[in-house]
Ligand binder design. Structure first.
Ligand SMILES: [Zn+2]
Length: 141
């Protein structure tokens, strides 16, 4: 397979051959703390070699955000940089899209969902698109 040409530039963003992309977390077998990215020692309780992987939820709540007005050349501003507590564990940083970058429109604790999209059409030297993830307000429609 591999004909989709989509790659992940983020080690905890997984793209299965069949099925939807997902974020992978590591869970401590002792204290059940959830982390992003591979590790062998729990940074909360210090237990060694009891981490196992877990497919993280694609819904969560907004824990913190900031509206970014200045960035690198070529990056469109303003945008919203958010930190989201995923349902079931895991804290993820990402951009919040689908809402005006005005603090009045954004509320702490608001429900958000994870969406996957190619990273602004950026391609590597082989023409592969990179997959990235974003958050958007979660509606029950
Ligand atoms: Zn632990």
């Amino acid at each position: 397979m591999g004909e989709s040409g989509l790659r992940s530039a983020i080690d905890y963003l997984k793209i299965p051959d069949d099925g939807s992309p997902y974020l992978e977390g590591y869970v401590c077998g002792n204290c059940e703390a959830v982390f992003l990215g591979k590790r062998t020692t729990c940074s909360r309780c210090g237990t060694r070699d009891s981490m196992h992987t877990k497919v993280l939820a694609n819904t969560g709540t907004l824990y913190a955000f900031s509206v970014v007005y200045r960035s690198y050349p070529g990056i469109e501003v303003p945008y919203i940089s958010a930190i989201v507590d995923l349902d079931g564990g895991g804290t993820v940083k990402g951009n919040l899209i689908g809402v005006e970058p005005d603090p009045q429109n954004i509320k702490f604790g608001m429900p958000v969902q994870l969406v996957f999209a190619d990273a602004l059409g950026r391609k590597d030297q082989n023409g592969n698109l990179y997959l990235a993830y974003f958050f958007q307000p979660h509606t029950d429609s």
